[in-house]
Design a protein around this ligand. Sequence first.
Ligand code: ATP
Length: 303
Amino acid sequence: VQHLVYPLTGLAGMWGAFQRSVAAMERVQEVFNEPPETRTLPSGEPLPEFKGSIEMKDIRFSYEGQTNALDRFNLMIPAGKVVALVGPSGAGKSTLFNLLMGFYKPQTGTILFDDQPIHLLSSSQLRGCTAYVPQETYLFDGTIRQNIAYGKDGASELELIRAAKEANAHEFIMSLPNGYDTEIGERGVRLSGGQKQRLAIARAILKDAPILLLDEATSALDSETEHQVQEALDRLMKERTTIVIAHRLSTIHHADLIAVVDKGRVIEQGTHHELLSKKGLYARLYQIQYSKERDELEMNKSG
Ligand code: ATP
């Protein structure tokens, strides 16, 4: 009897695994088959116009088999404001972005866009809510036009050029051998860091999502390029709710709110001056991370 039972339980186990993988495949297909522009809630009601407030309530999240990357994470961001996330490496800042883009779901807690829990949004609705500008711009082999148009299916030429102009990219694009049809990437023209960033910004402007997730680049650009990129970013941030993983002092100074993240939760929040006077983690980070930049600023002021 023993001999018979084991192979059967083995089979049952395999059947279970098979069923689970079929279910997983079906979920993947659901996502891919979804029409790109669903404008209703799962209940069939039309989606109210999204204004852009974000609320994270008691979020706990761990990557598979890991300790908590976010643990009782709470943050409220009013529509149209700029929030700077600062905190030590591994604090959970990028993980938060992953959740807001819907790449992972929190194990407990809720994320609300306006008053709508994001797990009720379809994946295409969720994708439409956020534009992400990473530290390192991802460009694929193809033309400049294709790389910008990636921000919006079926964008018109006019929209594309307007986005490039707002991103301070139009001029350098027009100076390339084939303008918007110039091939970039492996076999094409090599772009500078600042040019790549402006293409990423053009892409995000074209997407026109209400929430901007910005992972600020750490690499230094020359001051002219820096100015061009900053101006483009300022235009992109306008009238959008922005969460920025901040590496620059000026970004932090200009933010409406600074959230200090440590070990997966917000441990302090306020403006730059409020946080400095608390003499907590922010004040210490500020001392260590930004002292060089601050000294330069002060030298320029006095000089
Ligand atoms: P940094 O400033 O260095 O980018 P961060 O604040 O963005 O750090 P996260 O990248 O969110 O921090 O990392 C939070 C925790 O989750 C860390 O312990 C990290 O090792 C872990 N982690 C991040 N991404 C993954 C992943 N894909 N799989 C497993 N663990 C991960």
